[in-house]
Design a protein around this ligand. Structure first.
Ligand SMILES: C[S@@+](CC[C@H](N)C(=O)[O-])C[C@H]1O[C@@H](n2cnc3c(N)ncnc32)[C@H](O)[C@@H]1O
Length: 220
């Protein structure tokens, strides 16, 4: 596991919000003692989301997959099984999540099939064109600078490489708890941002995973 600097100060493009704090902060960057509870909660919360993400990404044997914001690392494990002799690399800016995901994926890491990094999506420690697929599950809403993050993900994707952002949709801007998240109304702006980052064949599909979900696809 390599250590990378993180970037917390850049403004978010969508949805509008201030710095992460309280419960939102714990979902956006779990830390400290609370992370011991948040980790299992994320596993439960993502029990349908992560398998759906892997299914939609359609990883193939020998793919090199990058996951941003892997949290407790459930999708990492599913992906490692799917790519066989390929490689699954994760980046998450929470030390606690890197530790939990490392425990969960210890065997695959030992085999060299999984590599987990502490870092922020806005400064990815990889050369251009390294990956064939990239995904972020329930994470994009927390990125401090989404346009810059998308540009970084595009940079590390190979030509024709595929992007998947899986977004858990809020039913409305109101409600409790007020976690950052996208509504149906935000989706055109997200789609436009992915297009502006230079991705091709951008499209949004609606799905259900216990909650309404939007899958945003793009191709490098
Ligand atoms: C709500 S959790 C989702 C975890 C996992 N993808 C899942 O669905 O179970 C969001 C995760 O994204 C990570 N994250 C948020 N912003 C990030 C950023 N800018 N760079 C890297 N990781 C980030 C957080 O630390 C957290 O682990």
């Amino acid at each position: 596991m390599r250590q990378r600097p993180t970037h917390e100060s850049e403004p978010a493009a969508t949805p509008a919000r201030g710095p992460l704090s309280g419960l939102a902060g714990q979902f956006g960057r779990p830390a400290g003692l609370a992370a011991k509870l948040i980790g299992p909660l994320l596993v439960w919360r993502g029990r349908r989301l992560n398998p759906l993400a892997v299914k939609l990404l359609q990883p193939r044997w020998a793919d090199r997959v990058l996951e941003i914001g892997f949290g407790p690392g459930k999708a990492i494990r599913f992906l490692a099984r799917a790519v066989g002799e390929g490689l699954v690399v994760g980046v998450d800016w929470s030390e606690a999540m890197v530790a939990q995901a490392t425990r969960r994926n210890r065997l695959y890491m030992h085999l060299g099939a999984v590599d987990l990094h502490l870092g922020c999506v806005t400064a990815l420690p990889f050369p251009d064109g390294r990956f064939t697929r990239a995904l972020a599950v329930d994470s994009f809403q927390f990125w401090p600078d989404q346009a810059r993050g998308l540009a970084e993900v595009r940079r590390v994707l190979a030509e024709k490489g595929r992007l998947l952002l899986l977004l858990r949709l809020r039913r409305a801007r109101r409600g409790f708890p007020r976690l950052p998240g996208f509504t149906e109304q935000d989706l055109p702006a997200v789609e436009e941002m992915v297009r502006r980052a230079g991705f091709l064949e951008v499209r949004v599909e609606r799905r259900e995973a216990g909650v309404p979900v939007a899958a945003v696809f793009g191709t490098r």
